[in-house]
Design a protein around this ligand. Sequence first.
Ligand code: THU
Length: 122
Amino acid sequence: MEQAYAPYSDFRVGAALRGADGSISIGCNVENAAFPAGFCAERAAVAGAVSRGVRQFTHLVIATEADAPTPPCGMCRQMFVEFDAAGDLEILSVTRDGARAQWRLADLAPAPFTNTSLAHHS
Ligand code: THU
């Protein structure tokens, strides 16, 4: 979160993703003057993990400066579904004040589009 580049929203986010191998991959949000080109902390962490060969994840922690813990956005939920179709990923969101919220991915993405959805294309 401290390293986030968020001059437009001023909403800094950090993410730490624990791989099934015990590794921790981190990410922060990186914004851009062309707004849609920016990306979230969570997907930055996924990119780092996959780049080191880790594709199975057990826990995600999200840190922000918001008053209340915030869940990941829809695009990030979809990205995690790609690597956890069963929705077992444990997601913990924390604030500077120590407030916490916790979900399973399946709680946040109950009816996901997956690779099996693609298989129904004729
Ligand atoms: N953002 C994240 O990085 N993760 C989240 O969980 C929510 C939103 C970023 C995107 C954008 O840079 C800023 O926070 C405001 O939406």
